[in-house]
Design a protein around this ligand. Structure first.
Ligand code: ADP
Length: 261
């Protein structure tokens, strides 16, 4: 972490300002690596917040692997108004911004390095006309390296949610995330164990495919009071693929959402 400390000392520490918007709470969603369900958790937390009547936004800061708009069935492009960009809006009213609604080809790979990514994120914050928002979820770049740190540095994040697979929990991702949060003086609001188990649709028995869950033990060790588990459920992948994530029905993140709002 000493390299990261030095890195942080060398970049601009000012928070960026957004002139047309009032965003009351900003929550970053992080993971140790890609593919563990960070975007899914971000989407579900946003859907829950909207269902609870909060004005909700998602900033897809996973610049090189943007997947949020597609999960909500949004394929159109963002449009400009005066010197701002208007966010795209989902069926239920969640405002969002992502590289996917700015670049021409959704499949175009974005091969940018850290500083350019940070520039894009600060533009998402500065130049998007977000309006009045109760809670914004930021789908962070995967990992706890310099790219993620730079994004943290750019945004006034109030707290983070850590998403992990059961396997990753063993690999100290939580410790790294907690250290990163400490460095930024941001609280860890919750720990989500995704792919936690598989529930047999017939007998309803839970199968812990990756071994018994250690999430409670790990949360206690690092003083994280809110824990949630999400099982392996093929309907999620199907809903995301069809752009219908807003129609998901499950209560796994209900308690966590209520606690962090
Ligand atoms: P990340 O943002 O961490 O890269 P995603 O949220 O994009 O990961 O998830 C990767 C893929 O795994 C997606 O196709 C998603 O639909 C699927 N997925 C994530 N969590 C689950 C789950 N609990 N059950 C079934 N599929 C899942």
């Amino acid at each position: 972490m000493s390299d990261s400390k030095e890195f942080l000392d060398n970049i601009k520490l000012e928070k960026v300002h957004n002139k047309d918007s009032e965003i009351k709470k900003v929550i970053g969603v992080i993971s140790g690596k890609g593919g563990v369900g960070k975007s899914l958790v971000t989407s579900m937390l946003a859907v829950n917040s909207m269902r609870l009547g909060k004005k909700t936004a998602i900033m897809d800061a996973d610049i090189t692997g943007p997947s949020i708009p597609k999960a909500f069935g949004i394929h159109g492009k963002a449009i400009g108004a005066h010197d701002s960009i208007l966010p795209v809006v989902s069926k239920s009213g969640i405002k969002m911004m992502s590289m996917n609604v700015l670049i021409d080809e959704e499949t175009q790979p974005v091969l940018w390095r850290g500083p350019v990514i940070a520039g894009a994120v600060s533009q998402f914050w500065n130049d998007v006309m977000w309006g009045d928002i109760d809670v914004m979820y930021v789908d962070m770049p995967p990992g706890t390296g310099d790219v993620a740190l730079t994004v943290f540095q750019q945004l006034p994040i109030d707290g983070i949610i850590v998403v992990s697979s059961p396997q990753e929990l063993v690999e100290m991702i939580v410790e790294k995330a907690v250290r990163m949060a400490d460095l930024m003086k941001i609280p860890v609001l919750g720990l989500v164990e995704n792919l936690s188990y598989f529930e047999c649709p017939n007998c309803k028995e839970k199968h812990y495919i990756y071994g018994m869950s250690r999430v409670d033990e790990i949360a206690e060790k690092y003083g994280i009071s809110n824990v949630a588990r999400i099982p392996i459920d093929p309907t999620f992948a199907a809903l995301s693929d069809r752009g219908e994530i807003e129609d998901y029905k499950a209560d796994w993140l209900d308690e966590l959402t209520q606690k962090i709002l």
